[in-house]
Design a protein around this ligand. Structure first.
Ligand code: XIL
Length: 335
């Protein structure tokens, strides 16, 4: 953001974060977010389950069951409209992710009903945000750790073709939208999760080969600085090589959800280790022309999903008092 110490800022490389609606109402959060970043991705409230309001009623075939119908967009609208008001790009996350879909209702439905509901969700959501969100994570985390397709209600009801189908629906809903596939532990070629990273690449290559309307991908980059084995971070060279080969498919790549856990390191090593990872991974990514965005998953340690889903940690660029950390300067060095 050029307001910050006049850095040479490449507007085409978006830095995004993942705010919650309540956060953007707090002054320090909002002020820091609008000063330091030029893009946001909605952390939770633009997903299917958080937006949909179940309503009882007959299904098309006449079976009596709950159906999905009404949407409550006000949380997501608040963030999206705040971002647009502050001249920030918004990335839509995420149209089809089984983890935050109304799974219990979908499980009760026939394959045809699930297909109809998923299609309706994509058209309803993209239609609601039409003109405000032009970049979408269409499908998220469809791969299992071993590189096979992850078990999900979508896979079981619609088969492996659901991924392609979601992209085709999204393209029909908004032919001008940028459509992305997003996943985690796929960041490094020949790295700690090589099988999944290779499967990620093959999935993208296969979608392109079949002329599926896909424009790019997100590699989440949820790293643990003290991770070992499959949980250790990939090296910058591994990340560069993964981005490079995806770029040769004609696809863009963004780092979509970066955070770097450090709490399991000795306290005196945490800041410098974190700074090095942010700096070196992002510097390596930026050497690839297909790389077009850096999104952290939150920006202040005061609001990080890590603490809710893992343990207390300080994985982000600003501390709980919104002070820039070593990690912030590491990212700045990379830029
Ligand atoms: C997480 C959010 O941070 C949580 O608030 C929510 O309860 C669950 O989802 N990969 C993703 C993100 O693609 O959507 C997840 O976000 C984190 C893992």
């Amino acid at each position: 953001n050029p307001d910050v110490d006049e850095i040479d800022y490449d507007e085409s490389k978006h830095e995004g974060v993942a705010p919650e609606q309540t956060h953007v109402k707090t002054t320090r959060y909002a002020r820091t977010l609008s000063r330091e970043f030029n893009a946001v991705v909605v952390e939770h409230h633009l997903k299917w389950a958080p937006m949909c309001v179940d309503e009882p009623g007959p299904c098309p075939g006449g079976e009596s069951s709950n159906r999905l119908g009404r949407y409550d967009f006000h949380h997501a609208d608040a963030i999206v409209d705040w971002a647009i008001k502050h001249n920030m790009k918004v990335k839509g996350h995420v149209l089809a992710w089984h983890v935050t879909s109304p799974g219990s209702l979908l499980e009760e439905m026939s394959p045809q009903q699930v297909k109809e509901e998923l299609r309706r969700h994509i058209f309803t959501t993209m239609g609601h945000f039409y003109g405000r969100i032009k970049t979408w994570d269409v499908v998220n985390e469809a791969l299992a750790p071993d590189g096979s397709l992850a078990d999900s209600v979508f896979l079981r009801k619609l088969g492996p073709g659901y991924i392609e189908q979601c992209f085709r629906w999204a393209h029909q809903a908004d032919p001008d939208a940028i459509l992305l596939y997003n996943d985690n532990k796929v960041e490094g070629m020949n790295g700690p999760n090589a099988r999944k990273a290779d499967a990620f690449y093959q999935l993208l290559a296969d979608l392109k080969r079949r002329n599926v309307p896909i424009h790019g991908c997100g590699i989440q980059a949820h790293f643990n600085a003290s991770g070992v084995g499959k949980n250790r971070p990939p090296t910058p060279r591994m990340v560069k090589n993964q981005i490079h080969r995806i770029g040769k498919l004609g696809l863009s790549v963004n780092i979509s959800e970066m955070d770097v856990r450090v709490s399991q390191l000795p306290p005196n090593l945490r800041q410098i280790a974190q700074r090095q990872i942010y700096r070196d991974i992002i510097a390596a990514a930026l050497t690839e022309s297909c790389f077009d965005g850096i999104w952290t998953w939150g920006f202040t340690d005061r609001h990080t999903w890590v603490t809710h889903f893992y343990y207390d940690d300080e994985p982000l660029l600003f501390d709980e008092e919104y002070t820039r950390k070593e990690a912030y300067y590491g990212l700045r060095e990379a830029l």
